[in-house]
Structures are given as C-alpha cells and as structure tokens.
Design a protein around this ligand. Structure first.
Ligand code: CMC
Length: 478
C-alpha cells in the first residue's frame, strides 16, 4: 500500500531546491547573476558561471553538471569530500554543531519518544505515522518477517565459522532470486512492498546467521512480538524452553536500531544508490550496501572497537595505544573515533553512552572494558592530536559494549547495524525514483594516469621488469 505522503515527500523537496536566479550584481564592471559561482581557467582566462543551489538547511552547492560541456574538464574529489551526489529530503547532519535530524526531527527526540518502526515510517514517508498508519505499517512489517523456506537452505552452503556479515551479503543477495520477476521498480506500490519485505526480513536473516554459526535450530518469527522483541527471541530462544523477553534489553535494541537507522550519503547508502541507479533489483542493492558497511572504517568499526578495548586490556596500556594512533608510520587508529562529517560530538554517541550505562546498571553487569573505554575517551579528548583534528567518539564507540551486555557475540555487531540501516538504504533507494536527475545512472569520471596509446608488442619484443606483486609473492613464499 502506498501512503499519499510518500509521493508528496518524494517530490516536494525537489520543488524547494529550485535555483533562485533573480538577483544580479556587478563584479569588475560586469553584470553577473548573484546566484552563481564563477570559475576562471587561469590557463586560458575563460570564465564560466554555475548556478548555486540552496537547500532548506546546511551549506549551498553549486551545480557543475554542465562543467564538462562548458570547460572540457572534470572535477577531482577522491572520497567525495566536497561533492554532493543527489538531492535528499530524508536526513540532515550539521557536523560542526553535532546535529542529526531525520525528516526534521532531532535524533535525541526520536530515541527518547519514538520506536524503531515509527522511525522507519518517518524515513520512508516523511511524517510520523498517525494511529491508523502506525497500525497498518506495523501489520505490514509483521506479516513479512518469515523467509521462504527454500531460502533457509542457502545457510547450509556456508561454513559454520563464516563471518555473519558474509552470510548477510549472500542471503540478502539471494532474496533477489525470490522476488525478481514480481518486483517492478517503476511501480511505487511494488517499491513499497519491497521496502516492507526487506525491513521485515532482515532481523530473521541476521538471527538465522547467528543460529547457524552455533548449530541451533532457526527460531521462526512471532507476530505478537515487537520488532526488537522478535529479534531478541529469534537470536536467543531455543525451541525446548519458554523465552522471556527482557524489557530493558528490548528497549536498548530499539534505541540502537533508531540510532543507526539512517545517516544520509555515507559509503553504504551511496553504494545502494549507485547500484540502484542502474535499475538493479532492490534486494541486490541492499546486499551491496551490506558489503560496503562491513568495512572497519564504516559499520565494522563496532566490532573493531571491542577488539581494540580487549587488546588494550588495562588502563595502564592506554598511553601506548594513544601513541600508536598518533604515529603516522603505524596503521593503527583509535576505532570508534573520528568521522568524515562530525567535527564535534556525534549526537548518536552521546545517547549510546547513556544507554550503555543504563543497560549495564539495569542488567547488573560489570564489564571490565567499560572503565577502559571511559578512560580512553577522557585521555583522547584532552590530547592535542585529537583536539586539533576534531576527533570525537562516534556511534560505534559504545554500541559494542551494550550489545555484548545483551549477549550478542562481536561478529554480530555489524549485522545489527545492517538490520537497522536497511530502512535508510531503502528509503534512499525509494527517494531516487521521485527525482529524475537522481535516476541517471551513476558514473564518476577519472584522471587517467596510465600509459598513453601504443602499439601491441609481440612476446619476443617484451622486456619487462618483474611486477611488484610477483616480487612480493616470491619473497613471501621463500
Ligand atoms: N585515530 C587516529 N587518527 C585518526 C582517526 C582515528 N580514529 N581518525 C582520523 N584520524 C586522523 C587521520 O590520520 C588524519 O590525520 P592527518 O590529518 O594528520 O593525516 C585526520 O585525522 C583526518 O582523517 P581522515 O582519514 O582524512 O578522515 P576521513 O574523514 O577520511 O575518515 C573515518 C573518517 C571515520 C574513516 C576515520 O576517522 C576513521 O578511520 N575512524 C576509525 C574508524 C571508525 O570509528 N569508523 C566508524 C565511523 S562512524 C560509523 C559509520 O558511519 O559507519
């Protein structure tokens, strides 16, 4: 079913982004449109104007989509540090002030007053649900949680010791085989059904990955439970015993899910958008997002934080690890610290820290890594290196400690992140269809630095030095 607000929200932001071209100013005696940026090629003296685009919040952009046609040149921006890839009305981050808004609502308010499924509805449709919409949406999700029985046989193809993120990439990708011919991505209703399916099935897929690794039977989802309760039950229940849901644990999971639900154009979301721009199946697009999330610089950081805290092992060791993080000849970084966008506290990290204390207190758990984490944070925040570079704890710094207290093994931390972020990925995928420009296939350019055109050499004419990889490989084998 399509909410009328969906169509409204998918197109309304496009209207707001229209470029304002009514003001003129004079620069060096020449009348220029004030709402443009002028680029001068100092090799030729030619100048080119590009229209400025204003959003509702945050920095303006200037539109260089005609740059190559006008100048014969591309821009260079590895890591996309200054490049906007789309217009979006879903999430806004002010990294300098440490603000995160979903559809205008501050993350702290959503965490304290809402629940995960309401936040999913908000991200997908642009507004919080009314009572009727809430009931319809929750029912739609609840009734899509089961997996096709045939899909469960995919798990048996993996080694029991496989990393659960590898299983997630495989099984979610395989979902596209079950819902391909009946998923017409140009039909908004089918897009919505695909969104419901994937949001509903992710906890089941994730929990089965865990059950498979420990050799326990899969626990089917139960419709009477909430999203977070269901996740806990599928993870930790066994068929032989009654499973009692712990309300503190369920609330903590719900908060963690909300805190990870979306984060605008991060690496995994951009991956999903890029995959989706070719018209690919949405489940395959989400699988590509999971693959991107897995890396330790992104969602894999929560697992890496816990590994690091265990490795530190004692507060006395902290200065040694801080020194390593600052040493440019050492690849070690303080995991759970720093962010491309936040140059202030990550607002999610603050909530996560409070939740961490709450959960440990209420469950009566004393985790030896918590005092190490607190001390590491204190020392790093007072250190010139971290101050200068504006490196603060991010969302991953405390989430692992909470998840460990709730009984999740560390390889499952990033799986939890992927379950939560699925709504963000699919909301962005869905948003692409409301904007014609965003539907163009994504195709970045490059600066070619390879060999210039040359003629083919017969094998007798080839005198080549041993390539680096072969030399290194030889060294390793000897
Ligand atoms: N420890 C030590 N130094 C750091 C760290 C860190 N965690 N993060 C950044 N720096 C330094 C970096 O060496 C560089 O120093 P210099 O200017 O002297 O060369 C400077 O800070 C800027 O770093 P960058 O690599 O250019 O920043 P980036 O925006 O490309 O990378 C990041 C952002 C998150 C990948 C990086 O901060 C990092 O690797 N952090 C640790 C991994 C982590 O916690 N990732 C989770 C991110 S939040 C969850 C998510 O969104 O997925």
């Amino acid at each position: 079913m399509v909410c009328p607000r969906e169509q409204q929200s998918d197109t309304a932001y496009g209207e707001r982004m229209k470029t304002n071209t009514d003001k003129v100013s004079t620069i060096a005696g020449k009348a220029v449109d004030k709402n443009t940026v002028t680029i001068i090629n100092n090799r030729t003296g030619e100048s080119f104007d590009f229209p400025i685009m204003d959003g509702t919040e945050g920095p303006s952009l200037f539109n260089i989509s005609t740059l190559y046609a006008k100048t014969g040149m591309f821009t260079y921006d590895p890591g996309f540090t200054s490049t906007g890839s789309c217009q979006s009305g879903i999430t806004f981050i002010d990294g300098e002030k440490g603000i995160l808004l979903h559809r205008g609502y501050p993350i702290e308010q959503l965490v304290n007053s809402s629940n995960y499924l309401d936040v999913c509805y908000l991200l997908l449709h642009g507004e919080l649900p009314s009572k009727k919409e809430q009931l319809e949406f929750d029912t739609a999700i609840t009734t899509h949680t089961m997996l096709h029985e045939q899909l469960t046989s995919f798990y048996r193809g993996f080694k029991r010791s496989a990393h659960p993120m590898a299983i997630m990439v495989g099984v979610v990708g395989a979902l596209s085989a079950f819902y391909h011919s009946d998923t017409d991505i140009h039909d908004p209703i089918q897009r919505m059904v695909a969104a419901h399916r994937i949001i509903a099935k992710m906890p089941t897929i994730g929990a089965y990955a865990y059950k498979y690794s420990i050799g326990q039977p899969f626990m089917y989802p139960q419709n009477s439970l909430s999203y977070s309760e269901n996740l806990l039950r599928m993870m930790f229940a066994v068929p032989t015993e009654e499973y009692k849901i712990n309300a503190v644990s369920a609330r903590a999971i719900d908060r963690i899910l909300i805190l990870h639900a979306d984060h605008e154009q991060n690496a995994s979301t951009s991956t999903v958008r890029l995959a989706g721009s070719s018209g690919a199946n949405p489940f395959a697009c989400v699988a590509s997002g999971i693959a991107s999330l897995w890396g330790p610089a992104h969602g894999g950081a929560n697992e890496a934080v816990l590994k690091m805290l265990n490795e530190i092992g004692d507060k006395k060791q902290i200065p040694k690890f801080i020194a390593r993080a600052k040493d440019k000849s050492d690849s070690f970084r303080l995991m759970g610290f720093g962010h491309r966008v936040y140059k202030n506290f990550d607002p999610r990290a603050k909530v996560m820290k409070d939740t961490c204390h709450e959960v440990l207190n209420e469950l009566g758990i004393s985790d030896p890594v918590l005092p190490i984490a607190l001390e590491l944070e204190r020392i790093a925040l007072e250190d010139e290196y971290f101050i200068e570079r504006k490196l603060y704890p991010n969302v991953d710094f405390y989430s692992g400690i909470i998840l460990r207290a709730l009984g999740f093994p560390s390889p499952m931390f990033t799986v939890l992140f992927s379950i939560a972020r699925t709504v963000g990925w699919i909301a962005h995928w869905k948003e692409m269809f409301g904007n014609e420009e965003s539907q163009r296939i994504g195709r970045p350019r490059q600066l070619y630095v390879g060999t210039k055109q040359r003629n083919f050499k017969q094998i007798e004419q080839r005198k080549q030095k041993t390539p680096d990889w072969l030399r290194l490989w030889g060294n390793r084998r000897s």
